[in-house]
Structures are given as C-alpha cells and as structure tokens.
Design a protein around this ligand. Structure first.
Ligand SMILES: [Zn+2]
Length: 365
C-alpha cells in the first residue's frame, strides 16, 4: 500500500507524505459533508505541526529526518535514530505533544473571542483536537511519543532492550484499557447518533491495530539492534543480478534474462543505479506490439538505495524501508558486487536474533 501514500511537499528538506488511510478518510468525509472535510483539513494541519515539532527538535540534535508520514491519528517522523542518545530521544518525543498542548491552549484562549456560530464551533474543535492529540500521543505506549519518553526515562538505569521490553508490557496495558473503553463507549454512548458512534468505533479499531503492530515492531527492532548489530551486508549478499546498458532495449533484456537466469536487471543512470521494472501491462495481449520491445530500459527504471559492502545489515534494511525499495545495490568502490533483497535480509536478521536469544537464555541458566 506504500505506493498509495502520496508525497504532498517538503518542509526544511523533509518529505511530507499523506498515508493512504488518511487519504481514504478525507475522500470518505468529503462525500459526507464539506464542513466535516474542512475539519479534517484542520486535523491534518495540527498533525503536521505536531510532527514538525519532533522533526525540528531532531534536526537540532543533528538527527537526520527522512520523512513525515501523516496518519489520521497522528503522524510518524521517519528518523535515523541509530545514534540518538536517550536524553535526546526523550526531548524529541516530548516535543510533539508539547506543541499540541501549546496549540490547544492557544485556541482555548480564542474561544471567548470567536463570534457564535460556525467560527466558534471551529475554534472549539481546533482547541479540542490539539488537546486530544497531545493527550493521546503522551499515553505511555509504543509507538506513541509517550512510549518513547517512558523508554528513554527507563534507559537511565536499564539497557535499551530491557527498557523496550518494559515499555511494550505497559503498551499492552494501555491497549487493553483502550479496548475496554471503546466497548463501554459503544454500549453506553446514547447521546451520539448511530453514525457518529460507529465511526468512532471504526476509528478505535484502526487505532488498536496501529498501536499493537507498532509496539510489536518496536520490540522486534530492539531485539535486532541488540542481537544483530554485528551483521553486515555481506551476510545477505546475493549475486542474483545482471547489469545492462541504460539504452538496452526490452527485447535484449528478454534474452539476457533467459541466459543469466535472473529477473534482477540493473543499469546505471548518471550517479544512481536503477532496477528495470518490466511493465506488467506487457502481459496483456493488446500491448504485445513490436514497438514496446524496442523501447529503452531507462524508461522503466526504479532508483535503488546503494550501500557499501561493509555497511551494517540493519542500516541497509532501514534504507530499503524508508525508500520502499525491495532490494539494495551493494558496491565495493565503484563496482557493483551484488544485491541485498529486503525479504532475505529480514529472514537472516530474524533467524540470527532468534539464535542469539537462545544462546543468551542458555548462558543465563
Ligand atoms: Zn508525536
């Protein structure tokens, strides 16, 4: 689904992406009412300001921010947190909710000044939504800001892994309370119209899924960082690729694929390395014209992340994830020496972590 989340712009060099679920929700409410749509645009701006607050704090600590993804329940700042110190993560995570609380307080001050009617209603909504964003995100569970703040606090006396494990347990408690709250609300919320009630329950189910998968991902990542930080790209290196000229025709690629027994066709385009993506519409009988086969391969290129032979595998996986690339090109000097497939690397890391944890447990006995 990643391809469905459009980039809507850049602020301070940071790519801003609208998550597909937010896009879907915006289209959904646009059908319902124009005013509700306007409220969602306000929500979107508030979430953006919240995320920018994280990002600008990160930049202050010289932490690289790759992109901001906007979700209907908050956002995600994709950052290079590998080298961040607990104290810095504490401040980076806290900056978002603080910004939301500050905006909420500001709009609260404006409520008495706003003329009655739609403007008053909108100011009240903006105050409420910011306070809600602040409160929700400061809940002590992953992947929320509160979870990160809590873990960073625990790290003063505990290891990264231990702190993450404790925070994941707390996340499950927060999640359970959230589910119970939603059930109670669904049963007793008589003051709401049915549509609003169902909408909120639907929203909550989405939040629960987001929180659960987020906290599990955080735990896996902590295991990987603890037990797989000694793995390098060469552990997952594959020679299953072939390089062609950027002007090569699709017809010649076909022959190359048959001869080299690989579907990974790379070509250099300027300073970047690209993957030739054979258009799937070629499979339809209508497009089987000779002119297609004579097209140059550069028309179908997808830029790939390039990593060196000695890069840590976790870092390479991070690069692939942040760029939604299925594989990365591995170089030694200027020469392409192989590729790393994201799925292959994930399996190697998972097995390595599981083996290391077994050893660790045996050692502790
Ligand atoms: Zn946040």
């Amino acid at each position: 689904m990643a391809g469905l989340s459009p980039t809507i712009g850049r602020i301070a060099g940071i790519k801003i992406e609208l998550h597909w679920s937010f896009l879907l929700l915006l289209l959904f409410v646009l059908v319902l009412s124009l005013y509700v749509f306007a409220l969602f645009v306000i929500l979107f701006v508030c979430v953006l300001l919240h995320e920018l607050s994280h990002s600008l704090t990160s930049l202050h600590y010289k932490v690289k921010v790759n992109k901001i993804v906007l979700l209907p329940i908050g956002g995600i700042s994709v950052m290079d947190l590998d080298t961040v110190k607990p104290k810095e993560e504490f401040n980076i995570a806290l900056a978002g909710p603080l910004a939301s609380f500050a905006l909420g307080a500001l709009f609260l001050l404006f409520i008495p000044l706003a003329p009655a009617g739609i403007i008053h209603q909108t100011v009240v909504f903006t105050a409420e939504i910011n306070l809600l964003l602040g409160v929700f995100n400061i809940l002590p569970g992953f992947p929320l800001d509160g979870g990160r703040v809590f873990r960073a606090y625990l790290q003063r006396k505990r290891s990264y892994l231990k702190s993450t494990q404790i925070t994941v347990k707390l996340s499950n408690v927060v999640l359970a309370l959230f589910v119970i709250g939603t059930i109670i609300f669904a049963i007793y919320a008589k003051g709401y119209s049915l549509l609003n009630r169902e909408f909120l329950v639907f929203y909550d189910v989405f939040i629960v899924m987001f929180l659960y998968s987020g906290s599990q991902a955080e735990l896996q990542s902590a295991y990987a960082k603890t037990y797989a930080s000694n793995l390098y790209v060469k552990a997952a290196l594959s020679k299953n690729f072939t390089v062609v000229d950027r002007n090569a025709r699709l017809s010649s690629i076909y022959e190359k694929m048959l001869k080299s027994h690989t579907h990974i066709i790379l070509f250099k385009d300027g300073s970047s390395v690209k993957l030739a993506r054979i258009p799937s519409r070629l499979q339809s009988a209508n497009d089987a014209s000779p002119s297609v086969l004579s097209r140059p391969v550069y028309a179908y290129g997808m830029e790939l992340p390039v990593v060196s032979y000695n890069t840590k595998l976790l870092k390479a996986v991070g690069e692939m994830q942040s760029r939604n690339a299925p594989l990365a090109v591995v170089t030694a000097g200027k020469k392409i020496v192989g590729v790393v497939f994201s799925q292959h690397a994930d399996s190697i890391i998972a097995l390595h972590v599981s083996k290391a944890r077994q050893l660790h447990k045996a050692y502790q006995k």
